[in-house]
Design a protein around this ligand. Structure first.
Ligand code: GLN
Length: 198
């Protein structure tokens, strides 16, 4: 299967590695630029985006990841990973950086201001049946640019988006055993690789 890395400086890395393997990908942890070079796509896990920002700068990963995104590498981000894929972050730390790529504004800990965690069914446009989504101090998407496809909403807020080969969810499909989001991403990766290889 396609070689998909999981950003592994912080976050729920093992859960994503397992989910990707179960979808037929060859999944590997990415902590350094040489490991990034060896993968065809990337997942940015749930966790803490301020720490991901800090460590990706310290470990020299932020610029290589930005370059790969600009070059068309498919990336999926869940929760903190969604924040890392946002061009604009509200309620971030003053020095917080993201990888960017998706033309959207996200607000950190947005749902968490009322209640830290909640779960429930969310309708996602790629799937026929509702997806049981787990939100943990989750961001929401405040606004998207024209090129961004909104694929899911919860409590009236945008919680899942796609732009080209970039996919992001405010919730954590890696925690609940429903493989559909990872399967969808692996299909996006296969499609992107077929185009590249002609
Ligand atoms: N609140 C975290 C952040 O701002 C995200 C939480 C999560 O990934 N579950 O990065």
């Amino acid at each position: 299967g396609p070689r998909i890395g999981v950003f592994a400086l912080q976050g729920d890395v093992r859960e994503h590695l397992r989910a990707l393997e179960s979808c037929g990908a060859s999944a590997t942890a990415v902590r350094r630029p040489s490991e990034l070079d060896s993968v065809e796509a990337l997942v940015v896990p749930g966790g803490e985006s301020t720490t991901m920002s800090k460590l990706s700068i310290e470990f020299g990963l932020i610029e290589p990841i930005r370059k790969r995104i600009a070059g068309g590498m498919p990336v999926y981000g869940s929760c903190a990973g969604m924040i890392m894929l946002a061009e604009r972050v509200l309620d971030g730390r003053p020095d917080q950086e993201s990888f960017g790529g998706i033309d959207m504004t996200v607000r950190r800990n947005a749902f968490g201001r009322q209640v830290d965690s909640f779960e429930g069914p969310v309708t996602l446009s790629p799937f026929d049946d509702p997806f049981h989504a787990v939100f943990i101090r989750a961001p929401w998407v405040e606004s998207v640019g024209e090129g961004v496809e909104v694929i899911g909403r919860a409590a009236g807020r945008i919680v899942a988006v796609r732009q080209g080969s970039l996919l992001a969810t405010a919730f954590h499909p890696e925690l609940t055993g429903d493989p559909r989001v990872h399967r969808h991403f692996v299909e996006m990766v296969r499609a992107a690789l077929n185009v590249t290889e002609g």
